[in-house]
Design a binder for this molecule. Structure first.
Ligand code: B12
Ligand code: SF4
Length: 473
């Protein structure tokens, strides 16, 4: 019997790699996550009539695991062996939301194929979706990659596997055919969100949720086009929405499970307060009592006073605003079409509405230099001094697969330094790219200077300090 709920005659064991395998990597380990995307796919397949089970590696690997790789791999293998034995799945569906999980993914898939050679491995997530042929070339243990939105292709694959269909009919996948050739099927259109069933969180054991934030995503897609971001390409440039009633019902279902979670966050690419949907969503959520709502992310140019009031009434604790840089040159280069005035005005309105303001920043974007980064420093310092930002999440640029910068770094003056993906981490001074006029060491120096100032400012504000560990971004 495995540590997770087992499911006899399981069609697919869904597994997310989590974060504990990393050990205590600077700035990255802050409690882990609930694998929402994986559960979306598993819930959809279950509704389509397949028998599924879900496993999150973090539940079996201790927090901030400190062992050597050999020990980690032995532990991982034990977990996989016990779960595969307990469930005997036909398919192993692996979720890899983060690029830094790449090498661990390769090792996990090799183990899975050793444990059960005839199992079919299917991998999903942003990195393999974009770098499908590279992943296939580097791992003989991947049978199929689902590119992009996972629900429909995964259900169709399970149908093909259990009923003997042909993978070539499943749009949106990359697979190895009988001649071991890598085949990419046609890109698939996005699904209508009314098809998405409620996510069944209780596929994972109750104690897994203890101390974690639960992220749900009422919408998919973004109409904006910031050049460092993959959202528009991965999810499409039109926002698809889950009905507010269904979102409220999903939150109710979380409450009914009595999980010991910290916050429920709305983790959409961005929520636009100007849309009627936003007001309806806040209205529906405000009817759910005692839910402990955390944050959502938006742009400074999409706020409205009515929207802020509705968010406050719905119980939203914090709003995270993408500011990115204090440099106009940089913001122009990455098509973040907002001015410093917009930033200040929006943050002031948000504060006035009683919201806890978080701001999101990136050092080392195209156009950045030591001088431009000083503008970021100065703007952030002013925002802190004026109490317009309570917390700041400062990253350095990582050209994630799926972003326009990753596709054409040359167009943006970005030089990718290495492809050691486990080091493609953005809250660190160990960079993976640099700019023509802002080299890796200079970026690290600017990053550390800004980061240190922000921490000092937060520590000066006792109110901010209390929530530093709560807002996990
Ligand atoms: C919520 C969120 C978080 C949450 C929780 C993470 C989680 N995975 O649930 C928190 C706040 C913890 C977080 C943290 C970080 N995040 Co984050 N996060 C997101 C966000 C905004 C939403 C994730 C989500 O739930 N999406 C909705 C679901 C439905 O989509 P999905 O997970 O992609 O799943 C779909 C497909 O990928 C696919 N799929 C997924 N799994 C599987 C499995 C199978 C078998 C199949 C077939 C398909 C499949 O089908 C799903 C449904 O269609 C995404 C951006 C985004 N909009 O997706 C960034 C994103 C995942 N985060 C990102 C990053 C970089 C981070 C951080 C590393 C930032 C940092 N600190 O440096 C940290 C590290 C994680 C940690 N320390 O725990 C990047 C990852 C880029 C990359 N290539 O690595 C993203 C894509 C945003 C971005 N483009 O910058 N994050
Ligand atoms: S940074 Fe935000 S607004 Fe810009 S494209 Fe990405 S999700 Fe959209």
């Amino acid at each position: 019997m495995g540590i997770f709920k087992s499911s006899k005659n399981c069609d697919c064991l869904f597994v997310d790699l989590g974060i504990n395998f990393l050990g205590d990597v600077k700035g990255l380990h802050y409690g882990g996550y609930v694998p929402y995307g994986l559960l979306c796919v598993a819930s959809y397949c279950e509704k389509a009539g397949y028998s599924v089970a879900a496993l999150m590696m973090d539940h079996g690997i201790p927090v901030q695991y400190e062992g050597a790789q050999q020990e980690l791999d032995a532990l991982t293998r034990d977990i996989l062996e016990s779960e595969i034995r307990a469930n005997d799945p036909k398919v192993f569906g692996l979720g890899m939301p983060y690029t830094f999980q790449y090498h661990y993914m390769l090792r996990v898939l090799a183990m899975v194929k050793e444990i059960k050679p005839d199992i079919i491995t299917v991998v999903g997530g942003e990195h393999p979706s974009v770098l499908d042929t590279e992943c296939m070339a580097e791992s003989p243990h991947i049978d199929v990659i689902v590119r992009g939105e996972g629900e429909r292709p995964m259900a169709e694959l399970l149908n093909a596997i259990t009923n003997g269909g042909d993978f070539s009919d499943v749009q949106g996948i990359t697979y190895r055919n009988e001649q071991a050739e890598v085949v990419q099927t046609k890109r698939r259109t996005f699904m209508d969100m009314s098809e998405a069933p409620m996510v069944r969180f209780n596929m994972l054991p109750k104690k897994f949720f203890s101390g974690r934030t639960i992220n749900i995503s009422p919408t998919r897609g973004c109409e904006f086009n910031c050049r460092f971001c993959a959202e528009r390409i991965f999810w499409g440039n039109a926002q698809r929405k889950i009905s507010p009633e269904r979102v409220a019902a999903e939150i109710e279902s979380i409450l009914k499970n009595k999980y010991d979670y910290t916050f429920i966050n709305l983790e959409d690419s961005m929520l636009d307060m100007r849309s009627p949907y936003f007001m309806e969503l806040m209205g529906a959520i405000s009817k759910v009592k005692r839910k402990r709502l955390g944050h959502f992310v938006t742009r400074v140019d999409s706020i409205t006073d009515d929207g802020l009031a509705a968010a406050k009434k719905a119980g939203v604790f914090a709003i995270l605003y993408g500011v990115e840089s204090g440099s106009e040159v940089v913001r122009d280069k990455v098509q973040k079409e907002v001015s410093i005035n917009d930033v200040k005005k929006a943050l002031a309105r948000s504060k006035k509405a009683g919201i806890y303001n978080g701001t999101l920043w990136v050092v080392g974007l195209p156009g950045d230099t030591s001088e431009e980064a000083d503008r970021t420093y100065n703007l952030m310092e002013t925002l802190y001094a004026d109490e317009l930002t309570d917390i700041a999440a400062i990253s350095r640029l990582v050209p994630y697969p799926g972003t326009p910068i990753h596709a054409r770094p040359d167009l943006y003056g970005v030089n990718i330094l290495h492809r050691d993906y486990q080091r493609w981490v953005r809250f660190t001074d160990d960079g993976c790219c640099e700019l023509e006029d802002f080299n890796n060491d200079q970026i690290s120096t600017a990053y550390n200077k800004i980061f240190t100032m922000a921490r000092t400012m937060e520590f000066n504000q006792r109110k901010a300090l209390k929530v530093t560990d709560i807002i996990r971004y």
